[in-house]
Every structure is written in structure tokens, then in C-alpha cells.
Write a protein that binds this ligand. Structure first.
Ligand SMILES: *[C@@H]1O[C@H](CO)[C@@H](O)[C@H](O)[C@H]1NC(C)=O
Ligand SMILES: *[C@@H]1O[C@H](CO)[C@@H](O)[C@H](O)[C@H]1NC(C)=O
Ligand SMILES: *[C@@H]1O[C@H](CO)[C@@H](O)[C@H](O)[C@H]1NC(C)=O
Ligand SMILES: *[C@@H]1O[C@H](CO)[C@@H](O)[C@H](O)[C@H]1NC(C)=O
Ligand SMILES: *[C@@H]1O[C@H](CO)[C@@H](O)[C@H](O)[C@H]1NC(C)=O
Length: 393
């Protein structure tokens, strides 16, 4: 019995041991599970913390874990329109600190895509090159009134000069960063390019007119706008003058890039389309030839643009100017008209070019000029008196 008990006791003891081993191994597995679990979760935590740090600057981060970043101040990062399209296509303020080199490079950008992602109304850029004041400003303000969507104004005055106009004038805030201009030197061509480049930054500008402080409009704005935007040609005067005032100013040092038969002369007061303006501000090579070899008694502003365009873009040119000027007095300066010269008949004769004809889009017309010069400051009053009757503005 004892034996059988013993026999019975033996397996009972064995079974007890087995159970103990089972419990112990379960505990070991359980503990290991906890340890592995803890280790994994801490790794995961670190992983996610790093992720949210990486994305903390953008909208991808979880709102609760956004650290103090640039976007924490405002509601969401979408509120900041860093690459504003409106300011890109039409700069609101003309002041900048670009050098000419940087400005010309930036202004030479041409969109490869043909359609515009905004409603583009072509504008005419009126670019005034002046030493300082604009004595005929009230006449121009009257000319522009009511047509704000169709023009942009740019003024290049001597550095330090501040145009005094009221804040409701279209000339307000339209002075561009300028440099000194020695009359008759290559600095004049530099200033013309500076005006063109500043105006090119506005993608809605399609036509570009250069004017001086003694210029006046002789037609009203809608007529001028239609005339310019309706032509595929640039109104740049360009002719071959065999005299000493033309070919006589050519320098043989400009060979082989400029040959004498390519040399042209023309009025400084141009009008051109966007494409041509971009060609001009993108040139460095030809202007540096003028800088070097078109010196005293050669006037770069009368030869550079007519010659450069004649060599490369002749087919885009009307070869005539839309700005009338009186050289009949002969001498180095054109005639200056004064108060006593202003009559209805005189302005009328400018409007129909005194009966002579020119070509406009392959058609003969007597409407050849849109602007005229030179007009003294005291012509303002008589001009304002007859403007609505004769010039229709
Ligand atoms: C600017 O023009 C206003 C109004 O014509 C005049 O009162 C003011 O004195 C001028 N300021 C300067 C600095 O010339
Ligand atoms: C353009 O910005 C300059 C510099 O910030 C400022 O002095 C000038 O008044 C601004 N012009 C206009 C028209 O807002
Ligand atoms: C202007 O002159 C150029 C030559 O430089 C010529 O190719 C072009 O056809 C002329 N333009 C017009 C409208 O006659
Ligand atoms: C302007 O009028 C004066 C006086 O009649 C005259 O002497 C002068 O030649 C005229 N000027 C021009 C440019 O026609
Ligand atoms: C227009 O022609 C007449 C006659 O030829 C001339 O006397 C007058 O000076 C001319 N006017 C202009 C503005 O060229």
C-alpha cells in the first residue's frame, strides 16, 4: 500500500514540478513580452516625434504637436501668399535696389507658355525721360483721365529729384530708381534701357513710348491707344544719312560687328512693342561698342537703337517716329514753341501732318504723329484752353 501510495505519490510530485516549470516559463515569456513591447513603443515614439519635427513647418504636422514655427503665429500656413501672382505680373511699387545688370536680366524673362493665367489687358507704357519737373503735367493728366486700365507711367528724373504731385495723380509714385544722365553721352541710352526694363517688369505693358518733359499729346487717349496697339510695327525712326551727321559719325573700330552700310540714324523719341523692347534691354555687346567708339560729336541716343534694330529686327520696324519735331530752323537743337505760337490751326496742322502722307499698316494716311515737341512751359495755358476743341480730350 505504502508502495502504491509511494507509487502514487511519485507521479503527483512530478506533476507538481511540471506545473511550476510551466508557470515559470509563462512568466518569463510574459516578462519578455512586456520588455519587447516597451522597447518597441519607445522606439515608435521616438520615430513619430522625429517625423512631426520634420513636418513641423508645414500643414502635414498634427495640429496638437505643432512646435513654435513661422506658421504658429497665424492660423494656417495657407494664409501666407509668398509667391503672389498679382505682384509678380504687375509690381505695386516701383522702388527696388537692383543694379542695371540685375534689372536687365530680370526684365528679359519671356514666358514660354502662350496663354496668361489672368485677364491681360494690354497697356501702353508712357516713359518720361526728364531732368526734373514736368511743366506740362496738367495737360497729360487731362489726357490720361478715365483710362487708368490702359496705361502705365514711368518717370526717369535725375537722382535726388522728387516729382511733386498729389496722391490722386497718375504720376504719383511712378518715379523709377535713376542714375545721372550726361546729355549726348551713352548714359542717355542707359537711361532709355532702364526705363524700358522697369516697364517690362509689368507683364501687361505691350507698347512703350519714350517722351520728354517738352512733349505733348495731339490726339486723345483712345485714338493713341488704338493706333499703337493696332500695329505690328515699332515706330522707331531709322534711316541712312550719308552726310557727316550720319555716316560721318560711324567709327571703323566697330567693324566687323557693325558695318558702315548697316549704320542708321533716327530720332531718340521711339515707340516700340514688347518683343522689341526685350531685344534691346537684352543687348550688351552692341551697346558696349557704342560706349567705346561713339564718342563726342557721335550721339549714341540717335544711332544705337536705329542701328541695332536695323541689323537684327528690321522687319518689325515702321522706320518712322510718331513724335513730331521741327528741325526746320537747322542747327543742333529743334525749334522750341512758345505761348504765342500756339493756335488751333498750328495744332491742326500737326494732326494731319500738314497734308503729307505716311504708311500705317501698309495704308497711306495723313495721321502720322500722335505726339509733338518741343513745347515751352508757358504753352501749358493756351494748350489747356484748346485741348478739348482741337485735340478732343
Ligand atoms: C508741392 O506742390 C504743392 C501744391 O502745388 C505745394 O503747395 C508744395 O509747396 C509743393 N512742395 C514742394 C516741396 O515743392
Ligand atoms: C514704395 O516703397 C517705398 C519704400 O518702401 C516707399 O517709400 C514708397 O512710399 C512706396 N511708394 C508707393 C507709391 O507706395
Ligand atoms: C523698315 O526698314 C527695314 C530695313 O531695316 C525693312 O526691312 C522694313 O521692311 C521697313 N519697314 C517698313 C514698314 O517698310
Ligand atoms: C513763334 O512765334 C514767334 C512770334 O510770332 C516767331 O517769331 C517764332 O518764329 C515762332 N516760332 C516758331 C518755332 O515757329
Ligand atoms: C505747313 O505747310 C505750310 C505751307 O507749306 C508751311 O508754311 C507751314 O510752316 C507748315 N506747318 C508745319 C507745322 O510744318
Amino acid at each position: 500500500m505504502a508502495r502504491s501510495r509511494g507509487e502514487k505519490e511519485e507521479p503527483e510530485k512530478y506533476m507538481g514540478l511540471l506545473k511550476l516549470v510551466q508557470i515559470l516559463s509563462f512568466l518569463v515569456v510574459f516578462a519578455a513580452g512586456i520588455i519587447i513591447g516597451l522597447a518597441t513603443s519607445s522606439h515608435m515614439n521616438r520615430y513619430f516625434t522625429r517625423e512631426s519635427f520634420l513636418f513641423s513647418d508645414s500643414r502635414y504636422s498634427a495640429p496638437s504637436s505643432t512646435p513654435q514655427g513661422s506658421c504658429a503665429v497665424v492660423q494656417t500656413c495657407d494664409d501666407i501668399d509668398y509667391l503672389n501672382i498679382d505682384k509678380f505680373v504687375r509690381p505695386a511699387n516701383l522702388s527696388h535696389r537692383m543694379t542695371d545688370e540685375q534689372l536687365f536680366w530680370r526684365a528679359s524673362m519671356v514666358p514660354y507658355k502662350e496663354e496668361y493665367p489672368f485677364e491681360r489687358t494690354p497697356r501702353v507704357a508712357f516713359m518720361f525721360l526728364t531732368r526734373g519737373p514736368l511743366p506740362l503735367l496738367p495737360l497729360w493728366e487731362r489726357f490720361f483721365k478715365g483710362h487708368e486700365k490702359y496705361f502705365s507711367i514711368y518717370v526717369h528724373a535725375l537722382p535726388g529729384y522728387k516729382l511733386n504731385v498729389s496722391s490722386d495723380s497718375p504720376f504719383y509714385g511712378r518715379q523709377i530708381p535713376s542714375r545721372n544722365v550726361g546729355w549726348g553721352t551713352v548714359e542717355m541710352a542707359d537711361a532709355e534701357k532702364r526705363l524700358l526694363a522697369n516697364a517690362l517688369l509689368d507683364f501687361s505693358n505691350e507698347r512703350f513710348v519714350l517722351l520728354s518733359e517738352s512733349c505733348i499729346p495731339i490726339y486723345n487717349f483712345p485714338t493713341v491707344y488704338k493706333y499703337l496697339t493696332g500695329s505690328p510695327y515699332s515706330f522707331v525712326e531709322s534711316y541712312d544719312d550719308p552726310s557727316r551727321y550720319g555716316r560721318g559719325r560711324y567709327s571703323r573700330w566697330m567693324r566687323p560687328d557693325i558695318k558702315i552700310y548697316q549704320w542708321r540714324k533716327g530720332s531718340q523719341w521711339f515707340e516700340m512693342q514688347r518683343k522689341v523692347a526685350i531685344y534691346i534691354i537684352s543687348d550688351t555687346k552692341y551697346l558696349s561698342l557704342f560706349r567705346k567708339y561713339c564718342k563726342p560729336s557721335c550721339y549714341p541716343d540717335e544711332h544705337y537703337i536705329p542701328t541695332y534694330l536695323n541689323i537684327f529686327h528690321g522687319s518689325l520696324m515702321a522706320n518712322r517716329s510718331v513724335t513730331w519735331v521741327d528741325w526746320s530752323m537747322l542747327g543742333p537743337h529743334p525749334a522750341m514753341y512758345k505761348k504765342e505760337n500756339i493756335t488751333e490751326e498750328f495744332i491742326q496742322s500737326l494732326r494731319n501732318s500738314n497734308g503729307s502722307l505716311c504708311l500705317y499698316n501698309e495704308q497711306r494716311t495723313s495721321r502720322c504723329y500722335l505726339f509733338a515737341r518741343k513745347f515751352a512751359p508757358n504753352t501749358l495755358e493756351p494748350l489747356l484752353k484748346i485741348s478739348s476743341k482741337v485735340m478732343e480730350f
